[in-house]
Design a protein around this ligand. Sequence first.
Ligand SMILES: Cc1ncc(COP(=O)(O)O)c(C=O)c1O
Length: 437
Amino acid sequence: MPPPLQLSDLAGRTPEQPISHFMKLALENPGLISLAAGFVDEASLPSADYREAIDHLLARPQTARAALQYGTTQGHPPLREKPLARLAAADGLTPQAMGLTSDDVVITAGSQQLLYLLAEALLDPGDIVITEAPSYFVYHATLAARGVRVLGVPMDDEGLSTEALEQVLQRIDREGVLGRLKLIYTVDYFQNPSGLTLSRRRRERLMQLVREYSRLNRIIVLEDAAYRELRFEGDDLPSLKSLDTENQYVVYTSTFSKPSAPGIKTGYGILPRDLMAGVLRLKGNHDFGSSNFGQYIIERLLETGAYDRHVVELQAVYREKAHAVLTALAEEFREWPEVRWTHPTGGMYVWLKFPPSIETGPESPLQRACLREGVLYIPGEFCHVRPEDEPLPTSEARLCYGVVALDQIREGVRRLGRAVKPLIRPAQRSSKRAAAV
Ligand SMILES: Cc1ncc(COP(=O)(O)O)c(C=O)c1O
């Protein structure tokens, strides 16, 4: 027997990502329709654009050598200009008016690396983080690894409830631990997992609260705008970053993964200056710079307009897919008003709520019935941090229409319906009906 291996505290605190189980299931069962994985639409991946960009780079010896060499920790300077210009344009402003320059931008290995670096730069065990409930579950594992206390704030059709947020802030203040609150995390456009978007009025209120409660230390808002460019209905809303006029409170992060190609795994963050310094020191330890070649490719796609053309195409793809899911759900559950779901106007996710008696967890009768029928969803409880004073919601599910082919969506939802309906108790149905009338 070899001597026992002693993992670090950090590795010991880091839970396994629950999604890996579902990825494995999908790979092992090719007949399954996966409404689980958060992968992007495959048929529209812009391979011809990537080939043009790579050919262009490699055909010019000087550019080829620069792209194939190491870059800088902060990222390729001409590329850093671009997300900034795009953010400002989306908010109807200029970088100057936002008080930002490309020195405030860091290019990362996907936005996931920025999320991780920020947790590393800000959080010590015992610190407090507020997230939306539900929220992006991959980040929960990062937060667990840091040993922090995570408090969830419920959401409704306007996104994170700022009324509930205020109550949480008051509670932390009463407990005398306001100084430990370091971070508020929001996926404020077409959230993963719920598809919900933070309303304009709540954006303003959130920033007011953050300023008001930053009495003991500055609370950072992590605005994860991974899906912002994938709006397929309605008008864009101002970023929280645009409401942070002195570049002090908000970290804006987004990615080229979802609007272009996850395989390029390139994202970025726009950060307050004092935070940038810490993040860059840590990134120096991680990788001293994300893939330089990838950054040159993205720069080329942005420059030629191929990137924007693709985003428009993708918006149409997801509009059609979202419509297919919502229509199928409406048809499938027409007679079942106790089953409810969100209506996203962008992104790739729909959030389902079943009556409390229908558990959706990984070993639940519903999950088993879905496997028999040949459809996969993500159990909602994966997307919640265990609440401190309430039970964990166990009757919710995330559906993703990203990677599933359009012509499989109706059948996937039909299979879900076949699995769910026998589990809804008749007594409960009629009493719910009576209550509704
Ligand atoms: C909300 C959210 N943030 C960040 C990421 C990370 O994406 P990437 O690292 O590919 O940029 C994802 C990926 O699914 C996501 O859903």
